[in-house]
Design a protein around this ligand. Structure first.
Ligand code: HEC
Length: 93
């Protein structure tokens, strides 16, 4: 009986761990993490050196990101949400 109880506790813990992981992944769906987008999408052709030193205002970033998305090899365009999250992050650099 005691052994069964321990197994049950283990099972409950495992289910909880999976649930927590799912919640965490869910909060990141649609990618609204500007820092992550920067790392994943803006370091393919160059590093972040010029990006971090740019010090652009929002309007200039809007134009620059638009220009980058037009470059061959950029891949799928960023969604409006991704672009906003990215630019919000760029403004904090
Ligand atoms: C497909 C390749 C590619 C990707 C991906 C890319 N860039 Fe660029 N980027 C370039 C090239 C090529 C240049 C230099 C020529 C130019 O400025 O157009 C450049 C230059 C820049 C500059 C300097 C421009 C200036 O006016 O001083 C900034 C800032 C920049 N990129 C930001 C970004 C950001 C932010 C992203 C992510 C959204 C990004 N890049 C993704 C190719 C890319």
């Amino acid at each position: 009986m005691k052994k069964k109880m321990r197994l049950l506790v283990l099972l409950v813990l495992m289910v909880l761990a999976i649930l927590v992981q799912g919640l965490y992944a869910g909060s990141h769906s649609g990618n609204d993490d500007g820092a992550e987008i920067l790392q994943q999408r803006c370091t393919v052709c160059h590093d972040t050196g010029r990006i971090e030193q740019a010090g652009f205002e929002r309007q200039v970033w809007e134009r620059t990101v638009e220009r980058m998305m037009g470059k061959p090899g950029f891949g799928p365009r960023l969604s409006d949400e991704e672009r906003k999250a990215l630019i919000d992050h760029l403004l904090t650099l």
